[in-house]
Write a protein that binds this ligand. Structure first.
Ligand SMILES: Cc1cc2nc3c(=O)[nH]c(=O)nc-3n(C[C@H](O)[C@H](O)[C@H](O)COP(=O)(O)OP(=O)(O)OC[C@H]3O[C@@H](n4cnc5c(N)ncnc54)[C@H](O)[C@@H]3O)c2cc1C
Length: 420
């Protein structure tokens, strides 16, 4: 039986690109499908924790990452109304006390994709995986070219094709529906007050100190600011659906991004100070609804990584870490066997082992992020938290470490083969 690829990877965010690079380096035939042309902007706070630096080196982009990224992130903060508490961010002792850095997703994702091409990954872009069928060993992937801009005018009927692959990695993220599998479609869900809507904009000439990473505690949401590469400052936040509805009612007729920016300025004096004479670079981007949680149930042979497997509240800024590290976890498991499982029973066994390893590595981070998020979004909890942090600011250092910023908890999890 011949297939076009050992592995088809859906989505070239950090999770998909990382899996593709590691598998191609191990000699697998990999096809990576990405619906957007790069470079592209993405709603994200763009901080990459110190615990990823070894993996970034393993991916072969370490020197370029260090050349491009912003200043080392050495301080964390808690900003609320007129107060700002500061504390040290933990570093990674294994890497000579290295610190996390911030790099715009337009650059980071393009860097990973370039590396994927260099390692022999076949990249289809812009192209979208619409549907999957078949079983482990012989999946059929229905892929359609995505025509954009001038291409769309010149060629309105984008080419469709079917590729076969032994296994599938689903790295399509979590902010839009993934491809249909057979007759299984993404479930329709009704709106909830707790749904999150995320926003991001980039500014130049802000007053924010490079290397400082303040978390913003907002009434009905949370956010963060950081100076990333080339002096750009990224501001990203999440608002609950009910808080956003109230905000829109107060700012009728105003673009939602401008209403969110006004809300951030009025909520935190730290944001007002940082944005004093800043200029915004482009528009506010938005995505949603976000529903943090674990989503590991997939058909045998289709394995989720990154946000497709599980999403933490973005407050802790660990989504890129989990994307990279979950891919490394899966690839290490697959490559220990030296060949792709080609039957359903083998794929099912690997699925179960991977799910257990994923939960052990990442579920505690999701729970902790949910706890921090509930505190940050509720002034009745955030105010006492501010009082405690004012007294013991080093708690912020520990909180960042527990969430994955310190090397102990963010080391790349290694896979331990189960004895049959
Ligand atoms: C407000 C906010 C702030 C954040 N801040 C941080 C932070 O500071 N640090 C951090 O580490 N994390 C942060 N995150 C989380 C982080 O952005 C995500 O966890 C991360 O992007 C997940 O990576 P991924 O590769 O799983 O998915 P994504 O980055 O979403 O990539 C998925 C890719 O798949 C493509 N795709 C989707 N469907 C298809 C299809 N059918 N066919 C082909 N391609 C497809 C998409 O175009 C996309 O490029 C933040 C998130 C938010 C919302």
């Amino acid at each position: 039986m011949t297939v076009d690829a050992d592995m088809l990877v859906i989505g070239a965010g950090p999770a998909g690109a990382c899996a593709a690079i590691l598998l191609a380096t191990a000699g697998w035939r990999v096809v990576l499908v990405e619906q957007h042309r790069y470079p592209r902007q993405k709603v994200c706070g763009e901080c990459i924790g110190a615990g990823n630096l070894a993996l970034i080196d393993r991916l072969g982009i370490g020197p370029e990452f260090r050349r491009l990224a912003g200043a080392e992130l050495r301080q964390v903060g808690w900003m609320m109304t007129g107060s700002t508490i500061r504390a040290d961010l933990p570093s990674s002792p294994e890497l000579g006390r290295a610190y996390g850095r911030a790099l715009g997703r337009d650059r980071f994702d393009a860097l990973l994709l370039e590396r994927a091409l260099a390692t022999g990954v076949r990249v289809l872009q812009p192209a979208k995986v619409r549907a999957l069928s078949g079983t482990a060993g012989q999946f059929e992937c229905d892929i359609i070219g995505v025509a954009t801009g001038a291409d769309r005018a010149a060629n309105p009927r984008a080419a469709a094709r079917v590729l076969t692959a032994s296994l599938i990695i689903d790295a399509h993220g979590s902010w839009e529906n993934g491809p249909a599998f057979g007759t299984r479609r993404s479930p329709r869900t009704s709106p909830r007050a707790a749904d999150l809507f995320a926003f991001k904009a980039t500014f130049h000439h802000t007053g924010l100190a490079p290397g400082f990473l303040p978390v913003l505690a907002l009434d009905g949401g949370y956010g963060g600011m950081v100076v990333s590469d080339h002096g750009r400052t990224t501001i990203a936040c999440c608002l609950r659906r009910d808080a956003l509805q109230r905000l829109r009612a107060r700012h009728r007729g105003v673009p939602v991004g401008s209403a969110v920016e006004a809300f951030l300025r009025e909520s935190c004096s730290g944001v007002r100070d940082a944005l004093g004479s800043a200029t915004r670079d482009g528009r506010w981007l938005t995505v949603g609804p976000l529903r943090p949680g674990v989503r590991l149930q997939y058909p045998a042979g289709v394995m989720p990584v990154g946000n497709a497997a599980g999403e933490s509240h973005p407050l802790i800024g660990e989504g890129i870490s989990m994307a990279l590290q979950s891919s490394a976890l899966l690839v290490d498991m697959l490559t220990q066997r030296r060949c792709a499982p080609i039957d359903v029973a083998a794929a099912l066994h690997q699925q179960v082992v991977y799910q257990a390893a994923w939960r052990a590595a990442f579920a505690p981070r999701l729970r902790l992020a949910a706890l921090y998020a509930q505190v940050a979004m509720r002034p009745a909890l955030a105010r006492p938290a501010l009082g405690v942090l004012r007294r013991w600011p080093t708690l912020l250092t520990h909180a960042a470490g527990w969430a994955g910023k310190a090397s102990e908890s963010s080391q790349n999890p290694t896979f331990i083969e189960e004895t049959p």
